[in-house]
Ligand binder design. Structure first.
Ligand SMILES: NC(=O)c1ccc[n+]([C@@H]2O[C@H](COP(=O)([O-])OP(=O)(O)OC[C@H]3O[C@@H](n4cnc5c(N)ncnc54)[C@H](OP(=O)(O)O)[C@@H]3O)[C@@H](O)[C@H]2O)c1
Length: 318
């Protein structure tokens, strides 16, 4: 089969060995693969695939089942999408059947490929790690990112008030998706504006790290929870211990890729129960920035690297 190789430092669409399904795995013909920032880090040598995972880039895909184990509930020809530990930038991939989700009715393969990583990350960190509840106030940094656009929509549908930070030209899109207020991160008064509007926040989903840490600790209300999923602006922060004690704050970090398959299967099921219907009836929509033909994957990475995107970039596989 063909897949993207990155061992020369550039992304090359080339011949590689076909993957072989193991027990409990389906073989899927990939029609579209989602692009993630982690792919940029992996190709630079900073985010190695977990043991046993494909060395090929690609943490999510949509396509058609070619072979599935008897009794798995999946058959050849089923349209599916899934989170992957790797291997999505390819014509074929093997996936644990418990990770498969049907492509929601009415969505294209490109739209479906944009869903798993962003939506499962948002769901895991907001609803499981931070245990956000209806009526609470949540702040999503990077609100126009792939994860951010999923998070804003899930929170809106869960009746959680949601605020975002993003660069100025992405503010309008955050607002359209349900953020209110949608704040421009280059306006240094954004923390005071949010404090005035809401009086504090209960939950923060943070991919930014150092640049927003002081403001976040200040904004968090009593029993507030903050979950870090990345540290795009810097990896160390200062913590004032008495503030933590006084407000009883919880600070957490979390990664999805390194979790055991059983946990990812349970997460996929929990997300499906809570939000799959919203994707089928259009209450939650895929937010696609662009679709790029996979031999031109370098262009897709470049768009992410330069922070040009709103929502997801997807590679179309011929
Ligand atoms: N821990 C996990 O399990 C997990 C899972 C998935 C993703 N992630 C991480 O979460 C982050 C978001 O993923 P994604 O795929 O949604 O990313 P994305 O779509 O590429 O968006 C990231 C956005 O972050 C903002 N940003 C970049 N550098 C920044 C900086 N220095 N300060 C403030 N904002 C900055 C930019 O938006 P603006 O132009 O609006 O500022 C950028 O478009 C990535 O770092 C990714 O690796 C973690």
């Amino acid at each position: 089969m063909k897949a993207i190789a990155h061992d020369t430092g550039t992304l090359v669409w080339t011949d590689v060995p076909d993957p072989e399904p193991q027990e409990g795995e389906a073989l899927v013909r990939v029609r579209a693969a989602g692009v993630n920032r982690a792919d940029l880090v992996q190709r630079a040598g900073g985010y190695p695939p977990p043991d046993g995972a494909s060395p090929v880039l690609g943490l999510e895909m949509a396509g058609e089942v070619l072979e599935a184990p008897a009794g798995s509930g999946w058959r050849a020809g089923d349209r599916v999408c899934a989170l992957l530990p790797g291997g999505g930038y390819a014509e074929r991939v093997v996936v644990a059947t418990g990770l498969l989700l049907p492509v929601p009715e009415g969505l294209s393969f490109e739209e479906a490929a944009s869903l798993p990583e962003a939506h499962l990350t948002a769901y895991l960190n907001l609803f499981e790690e931070a245990a956000v509840r209806a009526g609470e106030r949540a702040l999503v940094h990077g609100g126009a990112s792939g994860v951010g656009t999923a998070a804003v929509q899930q929170l809106r549908e869960a009746e959680v008030r949601v605020a975002t930070t993003s660069s100025a030209r992405k503010v309008a899109r955050c607002r359209e998706l349900g953020a209110d207020p949608a704040l421009d991160r280059s306006d240094r008064t954004w923390p005071e504006r949010l404090q005035r509007a809401w009086g504090g926040v209960d939950v923060i989903l943070d991919m930014v790290g150092r640049a927003v840490a002081d403001a976040g600790f200040e904004l968090l209300a009593t029993d507030g929870r903050l979950v870090w999923i990345a540290a795009l602006s810097g990896r160390t922060v200062r913590v004032d211990v008495p503030t933590m004690m006084r407000k009883r704050l919880t600070l957490k970090g979390s990664t999805l890729r390194s979790r055991p398959v059983v946990e990812k299967v349970a997460l996929t099921r929990a997300f499906r129960d809570r939000f799959f219907g919203h994707l089928c009836d259009g209450r939650i929509v895929p937010v696609l920035d662009r679709v790029v033909e996979i031999p031109r994957a370098e262009e897709a990475h470049d768009a992410l690297r330069r922070n040009l995107t709103v929502g997801k970039v997807v590679l179309r596989v011929p």
